[in-house]
Ligand binder design. Structure first.
Ligand code: ZN
Ligand code: ZN
Ligand code: ZN
Length: 257
C-alpha cells in the first residue's frame, strides 16, 4: 500500500488569507497546508479520499496519474469542491468514476453537482462523469476492501474509512469530534492511522491534539498521523510534544508499506 498526503490543513488552508501569525508566515514548508485529502494506491487501484478545494493543484504537484474511485468522508466544501476537476480523469480513462459516500453526503452531492448528472449535456460541455454511490456497509474497489465507519462531526453525515488490501491496512478520519470505544475498536489493528487534530483549544466539531493522541493510543496503529490542522499548530513544535509512533503529517508526505 502506498499513500500520499495531498493536503493536511483545515478548511481555510494554511496560510490563512490575511493572517500574519507565526505559522502563516513560517518559512517551514511543512507549515503550508492544503485542504485535507489522501491519495492511496492499493491492490493496483488508485483512490482519492475526498476531492478537496485544492484538488487540481494537488494532483499536479503530487502526480496523481489516475483515479479509479473517489471516497468522500462528508459533504463539507473543503472535502468535495474539487470533484469538478476529476473530469480530467474521465478523459484520460475514458470512463465514468464512482464516488462512494454516506446517504446524507450523496444527497448533498446530487444537489451540488446536479449539472454533472444531466443525461444529455449540450454539445461541447465538459462536465465530470461521476457515479454517486451510497454506501453504509463494507464494499470493494478492485481488491481493496473498504469499510465506512460513521463518526460524529456536527450535523454532517460523516464517515471515516478503513482500507485493507494485500494484508496491509489504513484508517483515515480527517473530520471527527470524538471517538467512542466502539469506533476505536473498528480501527484497531490498522498499520497506519490518520486522525483529525485541529488544534489544542477545544472545538465543537473537531478533536484537539490531546483528544486525538488519546484515541490514537487506544487504536495502537504501528504509525499514527495527525491531520486537518489549523494555524495554531506549528509542525516542529507540535511534533516535539507527541508520544513515540505519533507524527504530525505534512503535504506530500508519502508512506509505503
Ligand atoms: Zn474538513
Ligand atoms: Zn495564521
Ligand atoms: Zn468537515
Amino acid at each position: 500500500m502506498r499513500m500520499v498526503f495531498l493536503g493536511t490543513g483545515t478548511s481555510v488552508g494554511i496560510p490563512v488569507i490575511g493572517c500574519d501569525c507565526a505559522v502563516c508566515r513560517s518559512p517551514d514548508p511543512r507549515n503550508k497546508r492544503r485542504r485535507s485529502s489522501l491519495y492511496v494506491q492499493a491492490g493496483g487501484a488508485h483512490l482519492i479520499i475526498d476531492a478537496s478545494l485544492d484538488f487540481r493543484e494537488q494532483a499536479l504537484t503530487f502526480q496523481v496519474p489516475r483515479v479509479d474511485a473517489v471516497l468522500i468522508t462528508h459533504s463539507h466544501a473543503d472535502h468535495i469542491f474539487g470533484l469538478d476537476d476529476v473530469r480530467r480523469y474521465n478523459t484520460i480513462q475514458n470512463a465514468a468514476i464512482p464516488v462512494y459516500a454516506s446517504p446524507g453526503a450523496v444527497r448533498d452531492l446530487r444537489r451540488i453537482f446536479d449539472y454533472a448528472l444531466v443525461d444529455q449535456p449540450p454539445p461541447g460541455v465538459y462536465r465530470p462523469r461521476l457515479e454517486f454511490a451510497e454506501v453504509s456497509a463494507p464494499f470493494q474497489v478492485g481488491s481493496v476492501a473498504i469499510t465506512p465507519i460513521r463518526v460524529p462531526h456536527g450535523e454532517a453525515d460523516t464517515y471515516g474509512f478503513r482500507l485493507e488490501a494485500e494484508g496491509r491496512s489504513l484508517g483515515y478520519v480527517p473530520d471527527c469530534k470524538r471517538m467512542d470505544e466502539e469506533t476505536v475498536g473498528r480501527f484497531q489493528g490498522v498499520d497506519v492511522m490518520v486522525l483529525d487534530a485541529l488544534r489544542h483549544r477545544p472545538h465543537s466539531t473537531h478533536m484537539t491534539v490531546a483528544e486525538s493522541v488519546a484515541a490514537l493510543r487506544s487504536i495502537a496503529a504501528r504509525e499514527s498521523y495527525l491531520t486537518h490542522m489549523c494555524h495554531d499548530l506549528d509542525h516542529e513544535q507540535t511534533q516535539v510534544g507527541l508520544p513515540a509512533g505519533v507524527f504530525v503529517s505534512c503535504d506530500g508526505l508519502t508512506l509505503s508499506w
